[in-house]
Every structure is written in C-alpha cells, then in structure tokens.
Design a protein around this ligand. Sequence first.
Ligand SMILES: [Zn+2]
Length: 218
Amino acid sequence: MTDKPSNSKADKLVEGYRRFREVGWNPHRDRWKSLREGQQPDVMIIACSDSRVDPSQIFDVAPGEIFVVRNVAALVPPFETSPGHHGVSAALEFAVQVLEVKEIMVMGHGECGGCKAALTRELHGTQPGEGGFIADWIGLLDEARDPIAQELGTDAREAELAMEQAAVQVSIDNLRTFPCIQRKTSDGRLKLRGAFFAISDGVLHLMDEQSGAFAPVS
Ligand SMILES: [Zn+2]
C-alpha cells in the first residue's frame, strides 16, 4: 500500500493499526504469544465512554493488564435480578468470579457529559433512542444529584464537579450491593477504589476511602 492521503475515518484507523503492528505488536511477540493462552489482569477499571479518558492510555498499561468496562458516566448499577440485559453486571461477574481481580477502580472524569445531563435533567422525559436510554441510565445518579442541585444549582462548574465526584461514590456504593463483591471485600480479597481524571490539566485524583475526598496524585 502507498501513503495516499486518507479520506475516510476508517483509513485513519487503519494507519493507526499499521503503527500498532510496528511498535505494539512486532517488538512484543512473546508477550502476545503468552496472552494467547489467556488473560490474568489484577485490576478491573470502570470508566466513562468519553473519548478523552482511555484507561489504557492514562495508566500506560500493556495488553492483558486491566479489564475494562466503559459506559456513559462510568456507572455501576445496583445488583438487580430484573429481566433485561445486565452488561455491566455480567462484566463484573466475570472479573470478580472468573478472573478474580484484586481491585476494582471506578474512574470518573472532568467535563463529563453524562454527569452534566444527570445534573440538568435535560434529557428527562425523552423517548428511548431520542435521549431516553441515557436519561434512564443516568437516573442512577438522581439521589446523589438532588442535594447538589439544591446547594449549587445546575449550571456552575462547581456543581458539575460535585456531580462527577459523587457519581464515583454512587458506583462504589452500588458495587457493594453485589453479594460476591461484599464477600470478597469483607475478607480482603478485593479492594474498591475511586478515582477521578481531570481532563483540563491531565491530573489523576484518588478518592480517600474514609472521607470520600479526592486528592491529586503527585
Ligand atoms: Zn463522561
């Protein structure tokens, strides 16, 4: 193939794939060979689907190191047995029971559109496919949202940040509703961590387990 200028998004992706083969695959054939046998990641990360917060990039990890679920606003639903397709719960079950990860990290982020919509309720009452799926999903934050909206309103950056960080706590609280997670955290086999990536300055913050406050990683 020649280096013709790309004119489609897929061409750009294919160019990236070729770079990956050069620097990410060919020099690391042994690692990829061992990964063919299976995966043994120690950490599961739940992050937002937002294109700016890729956990593999932020934590500079190699293939096989982190098991990742990404969705709107990095949310974990509570343990539910209602009919439906529980994608996050399926991934959690696999990570905790089959892969036996040692740690689950929920990573929220700054300028999160999902958290902003939870705060403003701008999609409230819309139909599925027209915003309704998002509205329903971020409804997981309703309880945490109300006191923030009352105290700080729904427009200020301060309110958005409070919502983004409260969302991490909601997901961690919901993780604890899963019986297998309860069991493994109580006997020390599994640890839950909250984190927050501030897009504006690229700084990662970790949540203090006791206080729930976020502090920047130095
Ligand atoms: Zn987000």
